[in-house]
Design a binder for this molecule. Structure first.
Ligand code: AOF
Ligand code: ZN
Length: 357
C-alpha cells in the first residue's frame, strides 16, 4: 500500500467527526508497522483528544519504529490538549507522513519532529486535504466563520411571489439536500420573519444528522413574548436556539446574543465575531432578500447554494434573492466562481464561492 492509500484512510477516519469539530480541523491518523495498520484514530470533537493521541490510545502493540500517517501537521503547542509532537517522539515513531501543514501560527510540529531525527513527508493528497478542512483553513486565515447563503429561486430568479408566497419553490429532493447542508454547518441564521411565517424547526432531519446552533435575527426582540408559539423554541435538540438582538432582556428562558447596532439593524460583523467566539466555525444563512443583501453588503458571503426550479412566476413585486439598491454597473457586481452543479430531479443546485478566498 502506498502513501496515498493510507492518507485516504486518514481522511475517512477524520470524517467520522464531521459536524463535531467546530473551529477545529478534521483529523485522522493511522500507524503502520511492517506494512500493516497497527492502529487508527481521529479527533472526535472540539476540545477533545487529538487524532494522534487517539491512535496511540488504541494501540495493542509497541509502535517503536512505526510510521504515522496523519492528514494535518501534528501540533506542538499547549491548547485544550497537549502537544502531539511530544507523544510522537516519546513513542519512538520513525516517520511521519502528512497531507497539510497546520496554518495555526501556534503550530510548528514539523520542525520539532525533524529536530528529533524523525523523517517527515508532506503534501500527500494535499488538495484533497485542503478541501476536507476548508472551513478550518478559512477560519485561521480570516479569523471568522465561513458563511454560506442558501436560497431557492424560480427560473426567472424569484424567491417569492407578489404575495410573498414561497412554499415550495424547490422540490423535495432539493429540500432533503438542505438537511444535509444543515448537518455540515455549525450554525444556521434566519430572520424573525421566517419564524413568524413558516414556524420552522431548522434542525437536520437526516440519519445521524447533527443539528446546527440556531440563531434568529430580531433586532427589536419582538419575538420575546411569543416564543411559546414557535417550534424552534421547543425542540428536542442538543443545540440551542439563540436570538440575536440589539435590545436587553432579563428573560432567563431566552438565549440572547446581544449585538451592536448598525443603521438600526444588528451589526452583522459583530454578530459573526460573537458566533466565532462561541467556537462556531461555519454558518448557513437561510434568510430572505433583505438579510441576504445585508450579508452581501458587509462582504460576508463566502459561498452560495442556489437551488433553481424550472417555473416562472414573473411580477415586478416578486422578490429576488438580494434586495437593496444593487450596483449601477455590471462591472461592480460581487464576483463568484461556480464550484459545483448538482441536479435534484427537476431542480438544479449551483454552488458558488466568492472569488476572494
Ligand atoms: C493535531 N491533531 O487531531 C488536531 C489538531 O485546543 P487544542 O489543544 O485542541 O488545539 C487545537 C489546535 O490544534 C487547532 O487549532 C489545530 O491547529 C490543531 N488541531 N492538531 O495535531 C489533531 N485536531
Ligand atoms: Zn495535536
Amino acid at each position: 500500500m502506498n502513501d496515498k492509500y493510507y492518507m485516504k484512510k486518514c481522511f475517512d477516519l477524520a470524517l467520522k467527526a464531521k459536524g463535531r469539530v467546530l473551529r477545529n480541523p478534521l483529523v485522522g491518523a493511522v500507524l503502520i508497522k511492517d506494512g500493516k495498520i497497527i492502529s487508527e484514530g481521529y479527533h472526535h470533537g472540539y476540545g477533545m483528544i487529538h487524532a494522534e493521541v487517539d491512535c496511540f490510545n488504541n494501540l495493542k502493540e509497541d509502535p517503536k519504529g512505526a510510521s504515522l500517517y496523519v492528514n494535518l501537521e501534528p501540533c506542538s503547542h499547549y491548547g485544550k490538549q497537549g502537544p502531539c509532537t511530544k507523544e510522537i517522539i516519546k513513542r519512538g515513531i520513525k516517520k511521519v507522513v502528512i497531507s497539510n501543514l497546520d496554518t495555526n501560527p501556534k503550530v510548528s510540529g514539523i520542525k520539532e519532529l525533524l529536530d528529533n531525527g524523525i523523517d517527515v513527508v508532506t503534501g500527500i493528497l494535499e488538495d484533497e486535504g485542503l478541501k476536507l478542512n476548508e472551513k478550518f483553513f478559512f477560519n485561521i486565515k480570516y479569523n471568522r466563520p465561513l458563511i454560506a447563503l442558501k436560497y431557492a429561486q424560480t427560473l426567472d430568479g424569484k424567491i417569492s411571489s407578489n404575495t410573498g408566497d414561497s412554499k415550495w419553490i424547490s422540490n423535495k429532493f432539493s429540500r432533503e439536500y438542505v438537511h444535509k447542508l444543515r448537518n455540515d454547518y455549525d450554525a444556521i441564521i434566519v430572520g424573525k420573519e421566517t419564524i413568524l411565517k413558516d414556524n420552522p424547526s431548522l434542525n437536520s432531519r437526516i440519519d445521524g444528522g447533527i443539528d446546527p446552533v440556531r440563531v434568529i435575527l430580531d433586532s427589536n426582540l419582538s419575538i420575546e413574548k411569543k416564543i411559546k408559539d414557535f417550534k424552534i423554541f421547543d425542540l428536542e435538540s442538543d443545540k440551542k436556539t439563540f436570538i440575536a438582538t440589539c435590545k436587553y432582556s432579563t428573560n432567563k428562558n431566552l438565549n440572547i446574543i446581544r449585538c451592536e447596532s448598525k443603521n438600526n439593524r444588528i451589526d452583522l460583523n459583530d454578530l459573526v465575531n460573537k458566533l466565532y467566539a462561541m467556537n462556531l466555525g461555519s454558518i448557513l444563512v437561510e434568510g430572505g432578500s433583505t438579510i441576504n443583501y445585508s450579508f452581501l453588503k458587509e462582504n460576508l458571503v463566502d459561498r452560495i447554494y442556489e437551488f433553481i426550479s424550472p417555473i416562472i412566476i414573473a411580477g415586478d413585486r416578486s422578490k429576488s434573492a438580494f434586495s437593496g439598491r444593487g450596483v449601477d454597473n455590471i462591472k461592480y457586481g460581487y464576483k463568484f466562481e461556480i464550484e459545483d452543479i448538482k441536479r435534484f430531479d427537476t431542480d438544479i443546485m449551483i454552488g458558488a464561492k466568492n472569488v476572494y478566498w
